[in-house]
Design a protein around this ligand. Structure first.
Ligand SMILES: [Zn+2]
Length: 416
């Protein structure tokens, strides 16, 4: 267990979980669990810029509380607003529109991107046009100001995503320039006043094909460290946990990055966060993970199946007691089976007892409350585990029928 202090005065304990609310139900669930004082181990909130406008009021970040409570609430936890340029450059149309609606982007970008989208160019030609015509118009400063105005605890340096191998060297150069611009603004401009109270963090998005190629490792390491950041985060576009080869390379990446960063920084490597993953198993490799839609350990409901050929009225049922993982897409309406009691001991599952008692409309909220409470508990278990973290993780995965990752768990957790 390592405690990290932020310049803003807040701390987090590694292995740490930051949740990433994306919908109104996420926020409702957060406050509901928070009100029960059951959100004690989750260290903070990570919001992508595309969701910020929609969620900030509901999260209560823009309004000052009328009275201050004695206990720590969601509002007092560490707060990140990620400029998430990966979403502007590679997200769905809906997400792009939300990004433009922030008003923080050069108006010409929207038009250019529309032109490119409806042109007859090939995918790689489109990608090159975006590089030539959109990248130069991305401005670092407004994207930092939105974070400082939101009173985020750190400043995340805006950066393009590295998801294409075409002209890769040039793309890395542009990314590096943007990260360094953020540092320069913090050193020299009116943003200087934040230098002592806010940490600088780099969060860079890579495609699987770029990060799972070992030949790119050093280029990525140098990029992540290029502006002397206090924290580093990586996001991987469309990570697939069953892709074992990519996973092995990824774990190698974490190990080598740690060694490299130690060497480069005089034994003070910046803590590394792994953003939007769906496995807590990664806590053995990095200092913090984030997501709200990651499978929280298990789904609240058992799966029952009727035995084949049973014709009596009291047909025996088979109970599948293995943990069922959420898939992010199933977060709203996972397939609740008839008559299945919840095996879960979280507050909401205990009250509801069975999936049948949760009205269809309330299931998205129920699942999220369950998710938060269970995940909070899971993080606590990892922290307080009397045995080594890797053994705790192995145990967890083995019980969860999620064995494919066990083989790659480090015997010595790399950073924790
Ligand atoms: Zn539950």
């Amino acid at each position: 267990m390592t405690v990290f202090s932020l310049k803003s005065g807040k701390t987090y304990t590694s292995p740490s979980l930051f949740v990433n609310p994306q919908t109104n139900d996420d926020v409702k669930a957060l406050w509901a669990i928070d009100a029960r004082n059951k959100l004690t181990n989750i260290d903070g909130i990570y919001v992508a810029l595309s969701d910020y406008k929609q969620l900030s009021t509901k999260l209560g970040f823009s309004t000052k509380p009328l009275f201050t409570e004695n206990r720590i609430t969601v509002r007092d936890k560490i707060f990140f607003v990620d400029p998430s340029l990966d979403k502007l450059l590679g997200g769905t149309e809906e997400v792009k529109q939300k990004m433009f609606a922030t008003g923080k982007f050069d108006r010409r970008i929207q038009k250019t991107m529309k032109d490119i989208k409806f042109s007859n160019l090939t995918t790689s030609e489109k990608s090159l046009r975006i590089m030539d015509e959109v990248y130069p118009r991305l401005q670092v400063r407004p994207l930092i100001e939105i974070q400082t105005n939101a009173n985020a605890d750190v400043i995340i340096a805006p950066c393009i995503s590295l998801t294409s191998k075409t002209k890769m060297v040039e793309r890395f150069t542009i990314a590096q320039q943007m990260l360094q611009d953020a540092r320069i603004l913090l050193e020299t401009s009116s943003l200087k006043r934040y230098k002592e109270i806010k940490d600088l963090m780099n969060i860079v998005t890579f495609s699987r094909s770029i990060i799972s190629d070992e030949r790119n490792f050093h280029r990525i390491f140098d990029l992540l460290l290029c502006n002397n950041p206090n924290f580093v985060g990586i996001k991987i576009d469309r990570i697939v946990e069953s892709d074992t080869i990519a996973q092995i390379t990824l774990f190698k990446f974490f190990r080598q990055f740690y060694e490299y960063a130690k060497h480069k920084t005089g034994n003070k490597p910046p803590p590394i966060h792994f953003i939007n993953v769906n496995e807590l198993g990664y806590v053995g490799y990095c200092n913090a993970v984030s997501n709200i839609v990651c499978p929280i350990g298990h789904s609240p409901s058992y799966f029952f199946s009727r035995k084949k050929g049973g014709s009596t009225t009291t047909t025996p049922v088979e109970i599948d007691t293995s943990m069922k993982y959420y898939h992010p897409i199933n977060m709203d309406y996972p397939k609740f089976k008839l008559q299945n009691p919840f095996p879960c001991a979280c507050t909401d599952c205990k009250i509801r007892q069975s999936a049948d008692y949760v009205p269809y409309k309330e299931r998205p909220l129920h699942n999220r409350k369950h998710w938060l409470e269970v995940k909070d508990e899971e993080i606590r278990e990892f922290r307080e585990t009397p045995i080594r973290l890797d053994i705790a993780l192995r145990d967890k995965f083995a019980r969860a029928n999620r064995t494919q990752l066990i083989a790659y768990l480090p015997t010595d957790p790399v950073l924790v």
